[in-house]
Design a protein. Structure first.
Length: 194
């Protein structure tokens, strides 16, 4: 009888420890402000996605908030934080199961669209870009708007995640040079402005 009690007690300890470990991993891999993955979480989650999704097209999207420094300068870091967390909510609302979103830097985000060729990704990202431009932010003037620029690249077979992100980033900076608040995609001649 006491052996059974000890075994049950040990089983409960193991389950509790597993829960704590999972919670710590989730905390380690998440950005606390936005609830999106951080760089480490993005790396881990995409490795699992790449292993499962062999043969499916993956589009890598680089996103950067336009003129973010001026937002912080005008409204303080608390205002910038509101923008970041609101933007993350909009991004999450547009993703389907299997897609991944991460905050990889101050105002920089990466989205991995699973089973999405670049032309499909372009349509989704354009919808996302327009929706972001229409968001109204708590505590900000009514006419305050945020825009983002996006670059999309296809993940090539055998290519590393950060190489694809680097290519998407180059496309993103072409969108910024063309006037910001645009989505550019590698291989598509469809630059759009607001």
């Amino acid at each position: 009888m006491s052996v059974l009690g000890v075994a049950m007690g040990l089983a409960l300890v193991v389950v509790a420890c597993a829960d704590v470990i999972l919670a710590l991993k989730a905390e380690r891999d998440s950005d606390p402000m936005t609830g999106l993955l951080n760089r480490r979480g993005l790396q881990g989650k995409t490795q699992r996605l790449f292993a499962k999704g062999v043969g499916k097209p993956l589009s890598i999207v680089a996103c950067d908030i336009d003129r973010f420094k001026s937002i912080n300068d005008s409204f303080g870091h608390a205002g910038g934080d509101v923008v970041l967390s609101s933007l993350a909510r909009v991004i999450k609302s547009k993703l389907k199961a299997g897609d991944i979103a991460a905050r990889t830097g101050g105002e920089e985000f990466v989205i991995v669209l699973n089973d999405a060729p670049v032309d499909d990704a372009f349509g989704l990202v354009e919808t996302l870009r327009r929706e972001i431009a229409n968001v109204r932010f708590a505590g900000m003037p009514g006419d305050f708007a945020v825009t983002c620029s996006f670059g999309i690249a296809k993940l090539h077979a055998g290519e590393g995640l950060w190489d694809a992100i680097g290519r998407a980033d180059k496309v993103l900076y072409a969108a910024k040079r063309a006037g910001r608040n645009r989505t550019f995609a590698e291989g598509l001649q469809l630059p759009h402005a607001a």
